[in-house]
Design a protein. Sequence first.
Length: 349
Amino acid sequence: MANQSIEHPPLKLLVTGGAGFIGSNFIHYWLAQYPQDSIVNLDLLTYAGNLANLTSVESLPNYQFIQGDICDPMVVDSAMTDVDIVVHFAAESHVDRSIMDPDTFLKTNVLGTHTLLQSGLKHNIKRFHHISTDEVFGTLELGRHDQFSETTAYDPRSPYSASKAGSDHLVRAYGETYGLPYSITNCSNNYGEYQFPEKLIALTITNLIEGKKAPVYGDGLQVRDWLYVKDHCRAIELVLLKGQDMTTYVVGGLTQDVSNLEVVKQIVKLMGLDESSIEYVTDRPGHDRCYSVNWSKIKNELGWQSSVNLEEGLKKTVDWYRAHPEWWQPLKEKNQVYFTKQYAGGIQE
Ligand code: NAD
Ligand code: TYD
């Protein structure tokens, strides 16, 4: 499920946050597609960064890992040496953690992005690609079937989405003001292998494997668009190699609204369980009701569309988590404090 590879002179990519979920999937994808290119992975290894995601590439001569903070100009400047393209994934990425502790979101997502932009400009890079989210657009009304697109006004409603919105604005400001060539993708909820088991799909699957319940916030009728992570990597590839500078694309995986409850029910069924495995828990404050994206621009301009539907993607994801308890069990154990605090509200009356 890769794109046909696109010819280009050898490139040096600086991938930030490459030890996280999407970044590590992207590194695997890119090095398999383009073994002539080289990748420097700059990652702080926060709770979400995990070098176990990258063991099969770590000894390749065209791959280098640097442990460091994107907010540190010295580290960033040194990582930027001879870089052609920056692919910027590094961020604090979980909405619930942003509600508990917004400070690091502002620092990493806004100031960290700014540090990278300054350095990218200084080093004359050919493209700064910023990975953003559909959450910057705020929330849609449930049942109206409206969709976000590249022209939707920003209206972020959580500390996470506000910090990502700030970073998007800075990227565009560096393009407009200083001429830094950039591209931005605002993608929907990703899922698939190597996702930290705090996000809905990974948490549901791993809880069910552990014999625990799947926690659904509120009434579970919230809608998200779901994008299989490898389809997302294919989209980024096309934007980097075929997309114009100074362009934004929204990227999504579905064409129909699917509620969280339906997603959880599908997983429960795939795992041979029944709905007694679902537990309705206290809702998230300011919970966005509905995200839905119109991804016709990337389809029409770059010929991208998702290739894995939700049913197939969930099956692949369930199979992967079942086969890799050694990957996710230690993460859940190490992050017990977070899980206990997050789910302390308990079952909803
Ligand atoms: P993740 O939380 O799994 O990984 C983030 C990575 O960034 C980790 O490896 C972490 O160590 C690293 N990092 C964090 N702070 C850093 C810092 N200060 N310096 C260097 N590295 C740092 O995130 P993800 O799910 O892979 O998301 C990647 C990007 O995609 C993020 O920018 C996120 O906002 C965006 N995004 C994610 C989703 C999704 O569903 N996961 C959807 C839309 C957009
Ligand atoms: P999440 O995976 O945290 O992604 P995001 O908040 O960025 O969309 O959550 C996806 C949806 O699932 C969101 O509507 C919140 C909901 N959710 C639950 O119902 N239960 C949970 O335990 C979690 C983590 C999320």
